[in-house]
Design a protein around this ligand. Structure first.
Ligand SMILES: [Zn+2]
Length: 270
C-alpha cells in the first residue's frame, strides 16, 4: 500500500479533508484533525510495522493503521467510486482524491506532533524484519527465553514488526516449525530457517500486492495476488504442497492457525 501511494502523496498539499467517522480519530474530534490537515504538505510516506506514516512538512506525522478491513484508494478528484464504507476523504492539490474505506471500522488515524512519532512507534513495535541489519541472531535475541508458542511471538508486534496471521502461518510452514513450539526452544537451524522464511513471505506478499481474501484492494483498485500462493493459510483438509499430508487447523494465540502436522511436527526435525 505504501509503494502504491507514495508517488501519489509525496510532494502534494492537502487542500480538503473530510473525516466522517468519529471512531477513526477518537478521542480527538474528527473535525479538529481534518482542520489540522488542511494546507499540510506531505513530504514522505513511510511505513513501520503495519503503520502507514504520512510525514508532513510541519514536522507532524499522520499515523494510519488499517487494522482488519481498512484500505486507501486514490482516484482523480471527484471520481472515487460511491462507497457507504468510506470514512474519510483527503483531496490533494495535484487533483487527486484519496479515500479511506473501512467496513469493520477498527482503523485509526492519529495526528502526532513533531517528535512524538519515534516514541509512539518505539513503544509499540519491535525490529523490522526486512531491514538488512535484521539477522538471524537478532531474531534469536527477540525469541530468547520466551516460553510462549512461536506463532504467538511472531504475531506480537513488540517482538517483531509487521507479521500478521497469514504471514506467520506461511513462514512457519516454510521453516517447518510447529506453531505451538515454545519460541525460546528453537535451535540454531530452526532460527536460520525461520529468519529466512519470515523475510521471504513478507517480501513475496509485498511483491504480489498483499492478499485479497474478501475485498482488500491496492490503492489503485487492483487486487492482491498472495492468496494464490498460500501453502497452509485457510487450506484445512487440503494436501500439503511438500508432503501431501492433510493440512490441519487449530487455534493459537486466539487466531485460526493452519499447519502441516508432518512437516511441522511438534518435535524438532521430523
Ligand atoms: Zn507437509
Amino acid at each position: 500500500m505504501r509503494r502504491g501511494l507514495a508517488p501519489v502523496l509525496e510532494g502534494t498539499t492537502i487542500v480538503a479533508a473530510e473525516i466522517v467517522d468519529p471512531r477513526l480519530t477518537r478521542p480527538v474530534d474528527p473535525r479538529e484533525v481534518a482542520a489540522e490537515l488542511l494546507g499540510e504538505r506531505i513530504v514522505t510516506l513511510d511505513r513501520r510495522g503495519k503503520y502507514l506514516l504520512w510525514r508532513l512538512a510541519s514536522g507532524r506525522t499522520l499515523v494510519v493503521h488499517l487494522r482488519m478491513t481498512g484500505s486507501l484508494r486514490h482516484a482523480p478528484a471527484g471520481e472515487l467510486p460511491e462507497d457507504p464504507y468510506r470514512r474519510a476523504t483527503v483531496s490533494l492539490g495535484s487533483g487527486v482524491d484519496v479515500g479511506f474505506r473501512d467496513v469493520r471500522r477498527f482503523g485509526t488515524w492519529e495526528l502526532l506532533e513533531t517528535g512524538e512519532a519515534r516514541g509512539y512507534l518505539g513503544s509499540r513495535l519491535g525490529p523490522e524484519p526486512l531491514v538488512s541489519s535484521f539477522s538471524a541472531a537478532r531474531l534469536a535475541a527477540q525469541l530468547s527465553g520466551r516460553r510462549a508458542p512461536i506463532k504467538a511471538v511472531l504475531l506480537d508486534q513488540r517482538r517483531l514488526a509487521g507479521v500478521g496471521n497469514i504471514y506467520a502461518d506461511e513462514a512457519l510452514w516454510r521453516a517447518r516449525i510447529h506453531p505451538r513450539r515454545p519460541a525460546g526452544e528453537l535451535d540454531r537451524d530452526e532460527l536460520t530457517r525461520l529468519h529466512r522464511a519470515v523475510r521471504a513471505v513478507l517480501r513475496r506478499g509485498i511483491e504480489l500486492g498483499g492478499s485479497t481474501l474478501t475485498d482488500y484492494a491496492s490503492p489503485d483498485g487492483t487486487r492482491g495476488g498472495m492468496q494464490h500462493e498460500f501453502h497452509v493459510y485457510g487450506r484445512g483438509g487440503e494436501p500439503c504442497d511438500r508432503c501431501g499430508t492433510s493440512i490441519e487447523r487449530t487455534v493459537v494465540a486466539g487466531r485460526g492457525t493452519w499447519f502441516c502436522p508432518r512437516c511441522q511436527s511438534p518435535v524438532d526435525d521430523p
